[in-house]
Design a protein around this ligand. Structure first.
Ligand code: FES
Length: 239
């Protein structure tokens, strides 16, 4: 993606996500919970909290309690770093183009040296991925107004696609590749890790694609659930 396109898409996402995170409402439309608010640990809409409400004293939007983890994971992603350094700071604008700034210290000083926390955010992203997967299971639950049974609506499908893209993004991460296959002297002595490393390496080649697809899908699912919760339309139901 060109730096200008990256700038426009990334800025739009940040504005949208910020508005939604502070909004604090219309994030639960039974049985769908917006990924921006999952897990809902603050004072949550009825039915939208599956892990209790340990932060029910929190006065602001429940999204602000947990967004640091998916957001920190994305903001420190190696691919996004390259994309937004180029798009926002032109540092440098592309390969083989001169650095426009007087000096260049890379990521060796504060604050950019903090980007190294990415590998730790990866562990948090795995936990978030598991919770979002559980949300998809719940999205097959009873439709609004029904007390039992399973159902599948368009929201269920959108949430399932979103979580698949989030897993592709998470498992194709460079840190994941290092975690499963790094610091080994001999792959031949670790056949299982070698196998996993080859799978992750294949996914890793498409990491930029998964980064953008999952960014769009997470915003789209949130928007869909917001509109459902605001009664703008009804969720089409397949069974
Ligand atoms: Fe992109 Fe880790 S490098 S998520």
């Amino acid at each position: 993606m060109s730096p200008l396109a990256t700038f426009i898409v990334f800025t739009s996402f940040v504005i949208y996500a910020t508005i939604r995170a502070f909004m604090g409402k219309n994030y639960y439309a039974e049985p769908y919970l917006s990924p921006f608010y999952s897990p809902c640990l603050g004072k949550c809409a009825e039915g939208g909290s599956d892990f209790g409400q340990p932060f029910d004293w929190w006065p602001l939007s429940a999204a602000l309690i947990i967004l640091i983890f998916p957001l920190g994971f994305r903001m420190s992603c190696y691919y996004y770093r390259k994309a937004y350094y180029r798009a926002f700071w032109l540092s440098p604008p592309a390969c083989a183009v001169a650095e426009p700034h007087g000096s260049y210290s890379g990521e060796t000083r504060l604050p950019l040296i903090l980007q190294n926390v990415h590998r730790y955010f990866w562990y948090a992203a795995v936990v978030v991925g598991l919770i979002l997967t559980w949300d998809v299971v719940l999205a097959f639950g009873p439709a609004p107004g029904e007390s039992g049974g399973v159902h599948m609506g368009l929201g269920t499908v959108l949430m399932a696609v979103n979580v698949a893209l989030i897993w592709l993004y998470t498992l194709s991460c460079h840190s994941c590749r290092h975690i499963v296959g790094g610091r080994l002297r001999h792959f031949s002595k670790h056949p299982v890790r070698y196998k996993m490393w080859t799978w992750v390496s294949k996914l890793n080649g498409n990491h930029p694609r998964y980064a953008w697809y999952s960014l769009f899908s997470v915003a789209l699912v949130d928007l869909y659930i917001t509109l459902l919760a605001a009664n703008v339309f009804d969720d089409p139901r397949f069974f």
